[in-house]
Write a protein that binds this ligand. Structure first.
Ligand code: NAP
Length: 240
């Protein structure tokens, strides 16, 4: 059974990805801040293959210990999905410095450190899959999301160079860039703004978590072994 780490596993896209992974026969090692009823249900449905580690990625200094614990308990890791992120919005000029610091720590520093430690397993195995969850905002921009957007395009840059570094060991690294999906993160986006996004997309709707999770599953599969250093946009055609 292939071990896959999913960060931010308990809600939204991470939860949907965890469900699909469990149904497809992977072992899901979920890491998130809050343990939700939905993830608990998934764990009960797959007691042998779904696990949960409660962790706050703001604690960047503890990440190496977390990875040590996970690899001791589960063995080497095949796949890593860097999905956990926060979406604080705000006009830069008035944004609290502490919000900026958290965005940088949780959305960039934590996935980089987690990947650093998890990639050691992959290098020993000479195979592996890393998926960094970016966002279309990393390339399109959006009013009030400058710092969030900076973190998401940083992840895209991380993907590209890391793909070059790890490719020799048959480890692929890709970015999954969703468009707007209705999750906790986009709770604030309602009414007119939401309708406008739907209207402007090719398909006349928003992307949803299962559209994006399906792409993550494909990137983990054998069929995707020749794909690395790329960005996969899943946005119902919003940016077409
Ligand atoms: N929703 C969208 O429209 C959209 C669009 C493009 C890209 N994305 C990206 O898709 C990914 C998933 O987003 P989502 O929409 O599914 O958001 P979500 O529903 O808010 O889920 C995010 C998950 O990450 C966890 N998380 C956040 N901060 C954490 C921390 N410090 N430590 C541990 N876990 C933490 C959350 O747990 P807690 O809630 O307990 O903190 C939650 O389980 C993110 O990378 C996001 O940037 C989302």
């Amino acid at each position: 059974m292939k071990n896959i780490i999913v960060t931010g596993c308990a809600k939204g896209l991470g939860l949907e990805t965890s469900k699909m992974l469990a149904a497809a026969g992977y072992k899901v090692i979920g890491i998130s801040r809050t343990y939700t009823d939905e993830y608990n249900q998934l764990k009960s449905d797959y007691p042998q293959s779904v696990f949960f580690y409660q962790f706050d990625f703001a604690e960047v200094k503890e990440i190496s210990l977390l990875v040590k614990k996970i690899t001791k308990e589960h063995g080497r890791i095949y796949g890593l999905i860097n999905n956990a992120a926060i979406g604080h919005d705000g006009v830069l000029a008035t944004m609290h410095e502490s919000d900026i610091t958290s965005l940088l720590a949780i959305n960039i520093e934590a996935p980089i450190l987690l990947t650093k430690y998890v990639s050691r397993s992959m290098l020993l195995n000479r195979k592996g899959r890393i998926i960094n969850v970016g966002s279309i905002i990393g390339s399109t921009g959006y009013n009030g999301l400058s710092v969030y957007g900076a973190t998401k395009s940083a992840l895209g840059g991380f993907t590209k160079s890391l793909a070059r570094e790890l490719g020799k060991s048959q480890i692929t690294v890709n970015t999954l860039a969703p468009g707007y999906m209705e999750t906790n993160m986009t709770d604030g986006l309602k009414g007119d703004k939401l309708e406008k996004i739907k209207r402007r997309s090719c398909l006349g709707r928003l992307a949803n978590v299962s559209d994006a999770a399906s792409m993550a599953l494909f990137l983990l599969s054998e069929d995707a072994s020749g794909i690395t250093g790329a960005t996969f946009t899943v946005d119902a055609g919003s940016t077409a």
